[in-house]
Design a protein. Structure first.
Length: 285
């Protein structure tokens, strides 16, 4: 049985842009993936919204370097992520911020794989999915995807919907290979250790040559190790700017590994479309 928790109260949350300003936009619940999928997947989740009677609004995230499998529900025939609903979809790693405009009523039930976990579970090259959203049928099999979609849509609550997701994925539960486990542990450390700010620090931690490191990241995660490191540090920067809009930007950029504040500002703007100063000012409001 999944253990369900509500999303944090509207406050800074890693990966969610201006959570304090979007707390009334959607409801988010997360659940555990269970022991068979735990080596490969991070959590189950469901997002629900109801904008009927109000204008559409845009949600924005700085996604983790992970593949997601979703079952999307909404108005029949509605197009979401370029695909008519309802649909079972695979979302590759998103290299920029993820934006979606939410209107009407709808929901998405999904599972977030660990970085590299999708490739380890499926045996497929994650790089082929990067910045793409594709139907899940070719991977799960058309009948498998159809059964998954029907079972999730027929379920009456988040727990039942995620039971349906989990049961389909558990039918294929390979033994995680040693290289994937080394990669998974390294990515966890990259996420959690703020002293890791340069890709040159990584090969010694995992015992791979720089070339082998990059090969595993490209094929298994879908992006480069340098990109993953920068993404984690940008997520940290956004959270800190929301929690403390008065933080010294020069000190923040140096602490998170940028050569100078100008480089930090440029990278932040490329990712979020705004400068750190303007992002902090929006957090004050």
């Amino acid at each position: 049985m999944a253990s369900w928790t509500s999303a944090p109260s509207p406050a800074a949350e890693r990966g969610i842009v201006h959570r304090g300003g979007s707390g009334d936009l959607f409801d988010l619940v997360r659940g555990e993936v269970g022991p068979n999928l735990r080596p490969f997947a991070q959590h189950l989740w469901e997002v629900r919204w109801d904008r009927r009677g109000g204008p559409p609004r845009t949600s924005q995230t700085i996604p983790f370097p992970a593949v997601n499998l979703t079952v999307e529900a909404g108005t029949p025939g509605e197009v979401r992520h370029g695909h008519p609903l309802p649909a079972a979809l695979l979302h590759g790693v998103v290299t920029r911020t993820f934006r979606i405009t939410l209107g009407g009523a709808g929901r998405a039930s999904g599972i977030t794989f660990r970085p590299g976990g999708w490739a380890a579970w499926s045996g497929q090259d994650a790089g082929r999915l990067t910045d793409r959203v594709v139907p899940a049928g070719p991977v799960l099999g058309v009948l498998g995807a159809d059964r998954l979609t029907d079972a999730v849509l027929a379920a009456g609550d988040p727990s039942a919907r995620h039971t349906a997701l989990r049961e389909v994925l558990e039918r294929h539960a390979p033994e995680p290979d040693a290289d994937y486990l080394r990669l998974r542990d390294l990515v966890d450390r990259m996420r959690d250790d703020p002293s890791l700010v340069r890709v040159e620090q990584l090969p010694a931690l995992v015992g791979w040559s720089p070339r082998t490191l990059q090969r595993h990241f490209r094929a298994r995660v879908g992006v480069s190790a340098k990109w993953v490191l920068a993404r984690f540090r940008l997520q940290e920067a956004a959270v800190e700017l929301e929690r403390d809009p008065a933080v010294n930007l020069a000190e923040l950029s140096a602490r998170l590994g940028w050569h100078d504040q100008a480089h930090f500002t440029n990278d932040f703007r490329r990712m979020l479309g705004t400068t750190p100063a303007r992002y902090a000012a929006a957090a004050r409001r």
